[in-house]
Write a protein that binds this ligand. Structure first.
Ligand code: TA6
Length: 312
């Protein structure tokens, strides 16, 4: 499907679910399911998959898809009365034929605009009218950008408050060889210790056991260094103060039916989020939350992997 300024393919995915395919130069591509507004694939110029998607993922409502980039809205985790991570990730989204203009610095025309509005059932559990618009853009350098705009369209004058996360599952070669840079010395809430608050140690974060932490007021740039793959993922975020780092490790993995028992070795969630300070919108107000992911080939010898450089 092509319009005057952008193009995407509408295709049938697993179980016949509608999906959008974005293609950029060389073999770069991305796929977004209308079910959940869920990015399930992001491939680089060599056609390599950069996101983890569980081989046991269930593509059938109401089960959220395990892997890719689930959207957590209007509630992160169990921080409220709704189902875990809210309902946006298990609703059917639509292609937004007439989105309001979105100023962007991307030269690529491989993008799609999606929109979600509450169903009658949603209004029973979360009595607020909203428009959740999301643009997924595959950039000319292969970067993947998700820009969310959430507007309060209540006609009863009521404000609403929400928490949010892009629950990104990165594909990594071996979790024990991965380091995360940019979260050193920050305070975090430990989900494994009833969200008690701690301060992170000074060095890069490495992984040797289950982790489930909400880092507070992080820098806008975080780097995930996959030494074995000589690859660095750079996460840039705007309007999303926090970052969640999650890996279930072996024991928890066995309790998650749609996650392979050994898969924890090849995935890491680093989630751009707004959790500590929930967002409140009055009617007519709009919030914007932007996530830009890029994967840069890197090698220690070139110093290119120097996190200080990567995070500049
Ligand atoms: O973002 C981390 C987290 O909240 C973990 O506590 C874990 O529950 C994970 O999300 C997966 O949640 P899900 O509802 O997708 O199984």
């Amino acid at each position: 499907m092509a319009t005057e300024n952008h193009s995407f393919e509408l295709a049938k995915g697993i179980n016949g679910l509608g999906k959008i395919v974005l293609r950029e130069s060389r073999s770069r591509s991305a796929e977004v399911y209308l079910y959940g507004g869920h990015v399930t694939s992001w491939k680089n110029e060599n056609g390599e998959e950069l996101l983890y998607l569980s081989s046991k993922a269930i593509f059938k409502p109401p089960k959220p898809i395990r892997g890719g980039i689930p959207l957590c809205f209007p509630q992160f985790s169990n921080l409220g009365t709704l189902e875990s991570h809210g309902f946006a990730r298990n609703r059917i989204w639509e292609v937004d034929a007439s989105p309001p203009p979105l100023p962007t610095n991307s030269s690529s025309n491989a993008f799609v605009d999606l929109i979600l509005r509450p169903t009658e059932d949603d209004l029973k559990t979360w009595p607020h009218n909203f428009e959740f618009r999301m643009r997924v853009n595959l950039g000319s350098e292969g970067e993947l950008t998700l820009t969310s705009r959430i507007r309060n369209t209540n006609s009863d004058g009521k404000p609403f408050t929400f928490t949010f996360a892009y629950h990104t599952y990165f594909s990594v070669s071996d979790i024990s060889e991965v380091r995360v840079e940019g979260l050193e010395t920050l305070d975090y809430l430990d989900n494994l210790k009833s969200r008690e608050r701690f301060t992170e140690q000074g060095d890069a974060i490495t992984f040797e056991s289950e982790i489930d932490k909400i880092y507070l007021s992080t820098p806008t740039k975080i780097a995930i260094l996959d030494h074995e793959k000589k690859r660095t993922f750079v996460v840039r975020k705007d309007g999303l103060a926090d970052a969640v780092v999650w890996n279930p490790w072996d024991k928890k993995s066995k309790t998650i039916s749609d996650l392979g028992d050994e898969d924890y070795k090849h995935m890491l969630c680093v989630e751009a989020a707004a959790v500590e300070r929930p967002i409140t919108l009055k009617p007519g107000e709009e919030w914007k939350g932007r996530l830009e992911l890029s994967a840069v080939p890197s090698s220690y010898s070139s110093g290119q992997l120097d996190p200080k450089k990567v995070l500049q």
